[in-house]
Every structure is written in C-alpha cells, then in structure tokens.
Design a protein around this ligand. Structure first.
Ligand SMILES: [Zn+2]
Ligand SMILES: [Zn+2]
Length: 153
C-alpha cells in the first residue's frame, strides 16, 4: 500500500501530493523562516522531490539566499516550501498539509534565533473560538478557505 498525503494553499489555487513515507519534520526558528511565515518560525517536512508533485497550479518563488527559494501561492500568499539548489528534497510547510498532525516535529533548528517568548507559549491561558466569539460573530465568519482535501475543478 502506498501512502499519499495532499496539501495546498489557503485559496486552493495550488495543490500538491506527497507519495510514500514521510520524511523528517522539524521546527526552524531561523529569522528567514520567521519572515517567510510571518510567525515564530516554520515547521518544515523534508520531502524527496521524486515523491512530490503539484496537482493544481504552480507556486511563485522568492530567492531568500543565492541558493534558496521559498515557494508560495501568488494569489493568497500561503508559504508552501523551501528548496536549496542541489538538494534532492523540498522542505514543505507542515501547516499547508491537509493533515498536519501526521508528521509531528521531532526537533528544533536555528535555535539561536528563537524568540525569547517561544518557550512559554504552551503555558499561556487558552480559549476556544466559541469562548471568544458571539454566535452572530461566528455566523459572519464563513469559511472561504479551500477544504482540507482535494476537490474537482
Ligand atoms: Zn492560494
Ligand atoms: Zn529556517
């Protein structure tokens, strides 16, 4: 049996499929991953190029170093991958997978750039969306995001 995993951007213009065993999943704290993700860093899933295919659309790329490109959807801006020249792997953004829980990160890299508040974020008080939003608020928040599965057209 062959495992397949799908993913894509928020608007659905770009979709991909990973076939076979999943690679290493790690959290990168480097400043470039912070900027590229607009966040504290990125969880990236190492995926051999031969196990990876675009199934809808194509991403745009930004060269963040002379040998590194960052792929993203040019319609909605979702970060999708990092790739270094000569590397046989893509580094796929874990959150762009339809099932991000399938590959929990196993280590952290770039820790010299870790935000000083990162280690405490899991101890912050938590609220669910329904705790913070009134029912009429929630009714307006219609989900326009592409669903977490492949679709026709
Ligand atoms: Zn998109
Ligand atoms: Zn990084």
């Amino acid at each position: 049996m062959t495992d397949t995993h799908s993913g894509g951007c928020q608007c659905g213009a770009v979709r991909y499929r990973i076939t076979g065993l999943l690679g290493h999943s790690g959290l990168c704290h480097c400043r470039m991953c912070q900027k590229a993700g607009g966040n504290f860093g990125m969880v990236l899933l190492t995926t051999p190029r031969k196990q990876f295919e675009w199934t809808r659309g194509k991403p745009s790329e930004f060269a963040s170093t002379p040998v590194t490109v960052r792929g993203f959807c040019d319609r909605c801006g979702t970060p999708l991958y990092m790739h270094e020249t000569g590397d046989e792997n893509y580094e796929i953004t874990l959150g762009s997978l339809d099932s991000p829980d399938i590959a929990p990160p196993v280590d952290e890299v770039g820790i010299e750039s870790k935000r000083i508040w990162f280690d405490t974020i899991t101890t912050l008080p938590g609220h669910s969306t329904t705790d913070d939003r009134a029912p009429e608020d929630l009714a307006r928040l219609v989900n326009l995001q592409h669903p977490d599965h492949d679709t026709d057209g």
